[in-house]
Design a protein around this ligand. Sequence first.
Ligand code: KG4
Ligand code: ZN
Length: 397
Amino acid sequence: MAVSSTLSRLNLLPRPLLPYAVSTLRALKFRPRCAPLTSFSNSFSAHFSTPKSSAEPNTQIPGAPDDDFIVLGIETSCDDTAAAVVRSSGEILSQVVSSQADLLARYGGVAPKMAEEAHSQVIDQVVQEAIDKANVRETDLSAVAVTIGPGLSLCLRVGVRKARKTAGRFNLPIIGVHHMEAHALVARLMEKKLQFPFMALLISGGHNLLILAQDLGQYIQLGTTIDDAVGEAYDKTAKWLGLDLRRSGGPAIEELAREGDAKSIKFSIPMKQHKDCNFSYAGLKTQVRLAIKSRNIDAEIPISCANHQDRSSRADIAASFQRVAVLHLEERCERAIEWALNIEPSIKHLVVSGGVASNQYVRAQLDQVVKKNSLQLVCPPPSLCTDNGKSYLSSFA
Ligand code: KG4
Ligand code: ZN
């Protein structure tokens, strides 16, 4: 079978992190809290700082009451500073996101140094606001969860520093969370029927992953991108078309594409000849760039100032790009479903998450694919698809 070996990127941990973290959190309810380890590995390999004295996690503690713990989540992997407070039942008590929209628009993308500064400026305020809005005190928290990668290292550090500070002050354990794993597991917050094993298509600015989730911390990678992610292709297309990037490129393309003729430009579907589940968007980006050049579209002229003909030409490119970008997703999902059902015939759901999963066209097209295969599509609401503090807590719900 042409399925790659156990996912290496999601299995960064020496042992499955999440079951361990969850059961340790449960165990913590019955012991005095201990101080977090003082050194949180810079290489992010030590994901979960747990008291040295803690025994092997035991999920079957006799007489244990129902789990009820509250976790603060912090996320600074890219361009938004986010924090949330979530109860172990999955209830989101608060969510605060501070956007770097103006920086995005000014630099035409994420500038890591600027993003780091912006995170540093607002992180204290964002975390405080999340705690206040949740109507809890720091002493009510059981742990601090924080995104530790993948992401921009300068930015990730701001969140990790804040997590260490908060955890240190209140003697809480820190839980390091894998960015993409959180995108996959957030779906469990809103779809309580979602059981392992399930499939997930994770589509964001930096990643394109097709995985088979067998259990917490146990994933098989079915496909990944060999170059760019689909969100990157949306962002660059939007930039080259002179669109307003304040909400990032994806939503701008989605909106403009509604005005265009999706069949007007014949972009070719990537990797047709590769009978696997991998993705590639670099070639499609080049096709789009050439189409824009050949139509003399000037990105310096914002779409709001374009004349009717210019606008309609940009809309045709947006629509044609989107159609082919999503066709590529559809084709890979079809094949991945076939592969995954061979491994786990009991699969019932395909989760689609990550920023690009907010796109209505993407959802509608993928819905058709899963229905054809008698599966159900699970798409978190847009606010849970994009980066946010609460997605990092979903793993514990
Ligand atoms: O998951 P996310 O918030 O951050 C990363 O982990 O990258 O995803 C951000 C990506 C960006 O590329 C953005 O343009 C894209 O998600 N995105 C969309 C839409 N909303 C966000 N792409 C297409 N259509 C959308 N409506
Ligand atoms: Zn993300």
